[in-house]
Design a protein around this ligand. Structure first.
Ligand code: CDP
Length: 785
């Protein structure tokens, strides 16, 4: 780790105001729909009304005759260019425009390109598609029965709906642990399908120049470089002729990682028509067809001694992957990093089994504010631990503390093979308990219970795993997950940093400038951060799963250090001393023992172009590709107090305390903003958000009236605390934080409600805990009492 730069530099640890906000609060951001190119046409997509149906034919003649319509694109036309299908990020294939049949409601069937977006949209109604509806499968349980319709019958050798079986951990050791247990606690729970719902929907403008072959595609993407490579492979275009520009993004949350058919069709249309083509999806299109999250049916069992010592964990999952297996996750891990399910506990044995199934639902499985399925894992273990505590007659805080991995056990290798870098789980828990006044609250709860009130306290102690990742284990469709930073110091001592990550609201333009400030002593406002344009930034796998700080943040520190080394040599030349005699106290290079004899980093930058030593290459710039030696493991404890109304099932959060440890905080204000956002999303999932389907596969939750996002009115007040346990291998000791609160908090909310209802006999309610569901659970418990 570097020495701390002086206060006035405002490097790491300062709540520097977000540089990007100067344009956002003035309405000067540039989003895809703000871009207008000369001669631009507009595209709209026709989507299937059926969840499963054979296509007998598509008649485009009526639509093509509408004045202003330039072209109608069908699957057949795409097939003529070998573009009717494309690869997914999980190595499956996905239809671009349907040819043989449709496999989920909302699937892309055809597209209209017109001179005006409204003409394009209206003309969709005039495309006549002859469908024959087929039997529909909306859950993995339905998908696995013998006579279930085979959804992917076009795939050679695919005779059922099973996609994969995956295991992790040691089955024999786990069986032995269970055989020796005094108590086995089990839980069946469903983590429902939810949607990232970024404020800005997806879209693109494809601009292919037929004369030069240059394809410039402005696109809502969190991973521009990976997309460029995929486009080169799919479309066969030379990669140097493809430029992906991801301008300002109105949120991503994992939803803007996959390649969507609209991007491919717009690019093909631009190539064929010789005009730029814009496609912007509407809210319902975003909700029904783009990358969903979760949809895991989970069974967990924990083996314990009667004194509460945890001995083993067994989990099995059914993953609902939708019609195409398109999870955005490292290739090697079929259910992402779900095998972090042992959480914060010393669990000597664990075994995880998972089976993925095709269903007639939209594909996705994106890392929605979550590092590749860690949210589901964290939820399962934290719900299981709470139920285990009650079944053993223990306090849930005590059971956790008894089994936490102790601070001196790090680096700790989990039973499923993760090596946790650092942690102090007791520290975070103690702080959360103290902040919420746990002991007092439990007494208060007893008194309220005596009055017949339903009061609950829920805890969740999560361990996240972020920063994918080391090249040995981590790739997406074969591309290793390393990321780059390029830094150039100009003669006047100002700098430009080009990074492979893509900010979508996280504030990278500020925090990465702070890392340069910390390392080189150049103030953050003098460091311009550029991102999102593949022609102007180094290669990398993009921003999702809280990976930017552990990967690009590290690359930024490393390239700054490389430059600092050269700067030291120039400083020695200017100061006329040997390199060993130069001290760097940011921003000054001074002579050891003679601090008055000094030059600044700005003097050095000028000299790099005007007065450098003989034999030295001019300039002060460099690049660095970072291969993380390990992932980073942020953690925390969340504590929630709720009151449940027994008459209506309405539950209200009384207190919400969140103690997070993401190692060294680059910008505490931005970190708190990330945590607030994550806690809100976690609350939304726990309380109200649900994408579901009826028996015919109709998506329920296609708009913000049916799909409920929490507003400021519903969102509880958050009380934040922190502990700081640096990552020992990260150059500045930081861990990621972007996802942690969404990963950790749903279990805390649900545990609080179950805690309130436990005396009635309620053991589980699956999210979202709508008041109707809570009321039904209360009534059912009363009926069986
Ligand atoms: O990949 P993503 O940017 O979504 O997640 P992240 O790496 O956790 O970073 C989210 C934001 O929080 C970025 O602006 C980071 O620079 C900032 N951050 C921080 O200031 N300190 C940390 N220890 C972790 C993140």
């Amino acid at each position: 780790m570097s020495t701390q730069a002086p206060e006035e530099i405002r490097g790491v640890g300062h709540s520097v105001k977000r540089k990007e906000d100067a344009r956002f609060i003035r309405g000067k951001g540039t989003y895809i729909d703000d871009i207008h190119l000369p001669g631009m046409l507009h595209m709209a997509i026709l989507r299937s009304p059926f969840a499963h149906a054979t296509i007998n034919g598509v008649d485009t003649s009526r639509a093509a005759a509408v004045p202003g319509v330039i072209a109608v694109v069908t699957g057949e036309l795409m097939a003529q260019h070998n573009l009717a299908w494309m690869p997914t990020l999980s190595g499956d294939t996905e239809a671009v425009l349907a040819t043989d049949k449709v496999r989920f409601q909302g699937q892309e069937v055809a597209a209209v390109v017109a001179t005006d977006p409204y003409i394009a949209r209206d003309a969709l109604d005039l495309i006549d598609v002859d469908y024959d509806p087929l039997g529909v499968v909306v859950s993995p349980q339905q998908a696995m029965v013998d006579d279930a319709p085979v959804i992917r019958d076009e795939k050679e050798g695919q005779t059922d709906n099973h996609i994969y079986h995956w295991e992790s951990g040691d089955k024999d050791a786990t069986d032995a642990a269970f055989a020796s247990a005094d108590k086995i606690v089990s839980l069946d729970t469903f983590y429902p399908r939810s949607h990232p719902s970024p404020l800005e929907t997806c879209g693109c403008i494809a601009d292919v120049d037929g004369a030069t072959g240059q394809a410039t595609i402005y696109m809502t993407t969190q991973a521009p470089h990976l997309i460029r490579t995929v486009f080169a492979l799919v479309a066969g275009l030379p990669e140097e002729n493809i430029r992906i520009v991801s301008p300002d993004l109105g949120g991503g949350f994992g939803n803007k990682v996959p390649v969507y058919p609209g991007y491919v069709v717009a690019t093909a249309a631009s190539l064929l028509l010789g005009h730029p083509v814009k496609w912007i999806e509407d809210r319902s299109e975003n909700l029904i067809s783009t990358g969903f999250a979760r949809d895991f049916h989970m069974h967990g069992e924990m083996a314990l001694r009667s004194d509460g010592t945890m001995l083993g964990l067994r989990t099995s999952l059914l993953a609902d992957e939708g019609a195409f297996h398109a999870d955005a996750q490292p290739s090697k891990f079929k259910v992402g990093l779900f095998h972090i399910v042992t959480g914060s506990y010393t669990l000597p044995a664990a075994h995880v089994e998972a089976d993925g199934y095709y269903t007639n639902k939209a594909p996705g499985g994106v890392a929605y504010r979550c590092s590749f399925r860690v949210t589901e894992a964290s939820y399962l273990i934290e719900r299981l631990v709470q139920n285990a505590a009650y079944e053993l007659g223990m306090d849930p805080a005590d059971l956790r503390k008894k089994n936490f991995i102790p601070p001196d056990a790090f680096p700790y290798e989990s039973a499923t093979g993760f090596v946790y870098d650092s942690g102090d789980y007791h520290g975070a828990m103690d702080k959360a308990l103290q902040m919420i006044g746990y002991d007092e609250l439990r007494k208060e709860q007893e008194a309220k219970r005596a009055e017949g009130k339903l009061w609950g306290i829920g805890l969740a102690s999560f361990t996240e795993v972020v920063g994918a990742g080391p090249h040995k284990d981590y790739d997406i469709i074969g591309v290793k997950m390393n990321d780059g930073a390029e830094l150039r110091i100009h003669p006047t001592g100002k700098a430009i940093l080009k990074i492979s990550s893509k900010t979508q609201g996280q504030g990278h333009e500020t925090t990465f400038a702070q890392i340069v400030a910390e390392e080189l002593g150049i103030q953050p406002e003098d460091v311009k951060v550029q991102h999102g344009d593949t022609d102007n930034t180094p290669y990398g796998l993009g921003t999702y799963a809280s990976r930017s700080t552990p990967t690009v943040g590290a690359a930024t520190a490393m390239v700054s250090r490389k430059i600092a080394e050269k700067a030291r040599r120039i400083a020695a030349h200017l100061l006329e001393v040997s390199e060993e005699d130069v001290e760097f106290t940011r921003p000054n290079f001074s002579v050891k023992g003679a601090p008055d004899k000094a030059v600044t980093i700005q003097d050095v930058a000028f000299a790099a172009y005007t007065n450098f030593p003989d034999g030295m290459e001019a300039g002060l710039e460099g690049s660095f590709y970072y291969d993380p030696p390990n992932l980073t493991f942020p953690f925390g404890t969340y504590a929630v107090a709720v009151e449940v109304d027994p008459e209506t099932g309405v539950w209200k959060v009384q207190r919400m305390v969140a103690v997070d440890d993401c190692g060294v905080r680059i910008n505490p204000m931005i970190v708190e903003g990330q945590i607030h956002g994550g806690l809100t999303e976690g609350y939304g999932i726990a309380a109200m958000e649900l994408i579901t389907f009826d028996e015919a596969g109709n998506c329920i939750g296609t708009n913000f009236v049916d799909y409920l996002l929490p507003t400021a009115v519903e969102t509880p007040r958050f009380e934040l605390g922190e502990t700081v346990t640096p990552s020992p291998h990260h150059p500045i000791g930081a861990k990621g934080v972007g996802e942690s609160a969404t990963v950790g908090s749903p279990a805390a909310y649900v545990n609080a409600v179950i805690d309130a209802l436990w005396p009635l006999g309620v053991r589980n309610i699956d999210m979202p805990l709508t008041s109707a569901k809570v009321w039904e659970a209360i009534e059912a418990a009363k009926a069986t009492a």
